[in-house]
Write a protein that binds this ligand. Structure first.
Ligand SMILES: [Zn+2]
Length: 331
């Protein structure tokens, strides 16, 4: 039976509608075919300035022996310049000020996050953290956004594991909604809504996919899309920029496990992975997290017109499938 569920982290509602059934995916699966892509070593000159890289000790900037490389996004939409706002009656415009970087996560185009050696993934996560901390502390930056797109349907520009990093002089609407909801909750309950949900999910277990000492993965109560999966730090933390190095191992383990199980259940779906974090500051009401959204359904007019998402897969069912896949892998 259908059920309306209020999103504990935002003002919206979703309709969980299992009688619609899991719609067959017509988006296919994402499998890396070629070892090389335009992002591969040897093409360094095609891209913008190198901002950071993991390289052997005596290697020089721009040479092709890198392991992870951060460059300015080619044809970036944003660039560092003054943020000048102009108003003409009801119309407001501003200069496209900000930063846009591309993190190339491995020299081999086939080496996805779940397949790369764990030590390499640890280094990728460290670079995510360091770039976010650096860009988040630039003057005038209000929002930092790390996102990964896998597969063309999910908006990926390259068939090569990479992440996009944006730093903007304006706030992000979705994060602001979460922050506002978290503030309201805090005023009433004097606690972080995310911490309270984490405690409840660990106790109830019906939407818990996996957890270790420092992180947990769940399918959220008001999942907007089938198999939506969130990863939270178990301890309260408002900014990914302050991620302690000694917990990165646990995050790498959980990311690998979750991606393997999504691939196993859904046959390598296209997906978006987005990080919701405050740029730098400590805040006792907001709790950073990673949202992983497999692209299995299209949004219809109903969703656009009402702001409701209709999700045919109850998150409790999705969690069960993903947990079973983990058990099969012996994780
Ligand atoms: Zn919290």
């Amino acid at each position: 039976m259908s059920q309306l569920r209020k999103d504990p982290f935002g003002p919206g509602w979703v309709i969980i509608s299992p009688e619609r059934g899991i719609e067959p995916s017509d988006f296919g699966s994402v499998r890396s075919k070629a070892k090389t892509s335009p992002l591969s070593p040897g093409n360094e000159k095609l891209f913008g300035q190198e901002r950071q890289a993991l390289r052997p000790q005596h290697s020089s900037v721009g040479s092709p022996d890198w392991q992870i490389r951060v460059v300015d996004m080619p044809q970036a939409l944003l660039s560092p310049k003054d943020f000048l706002v102009s108003e003409e009656g009801p119309f407001i415009a501003a200069s496209s000020s900000g930063y846009q970087e591309l993190i190339i996560e491995h020299p081999d185009a086939r080496m996805t996050l779940e397949n790369m050696p764990k030590e390499h993934l640890r280094q990728v996560i460290k670079i995510y953290r360091d770039r976010l901390a650096f860009l988040g502390s630039r003057p005038g930056i209000e929002h930092v956004q790390l996102s990964r797109n896998a597969g063309q349907v999910a908006g990926a520009h390259y068939d090569h594991p990479h992440a996009n990093l944006l730093a903007l002089p304006v706030k992000n609407r979705w994060l602001e909604e979460e922050l506002e909801t978290a503030n309201d909750y805090y005023e009433k309950s004097h606690s972080c809504v995310f911490c309270d949900v984490i405690r409840a999910e660990l106790k109830r277990k019906e939407r818990l996919i996996s957890h270790n000492k420092h992180f947990l993965a769940i399918t959220p109560y008001a999942s907007k899309t089938p198999f939506e999966t969130w990863i939270f730090p178990a301890q309260h933390s408002s900014s990914f920029a302050t991620l302690a190095t000694n917990v990165i191992d646990d995050l790498a383990d959980l990311m690998k496990a979750v991606l393997h199980s999504i691939n196993s259940v859904l046959d390598y779906p296209p997906y978006n992975m987005v990080l919701h974090t405050l740029p730098n500051e400590a805040n006792d009401r907001y709790h950073w997290h990673i949202e992983l959204l497999p692209r299995l359904t299209r949004q219809a007019g109903f969703d656009w017109s009402t702001g409701f998402y209709v999700n045919p897969t109850p998150p409790e069912d999705a969690a069960r499938f993903l947990k079973e896949a983990l058990m099969m892998q012996g994780v």
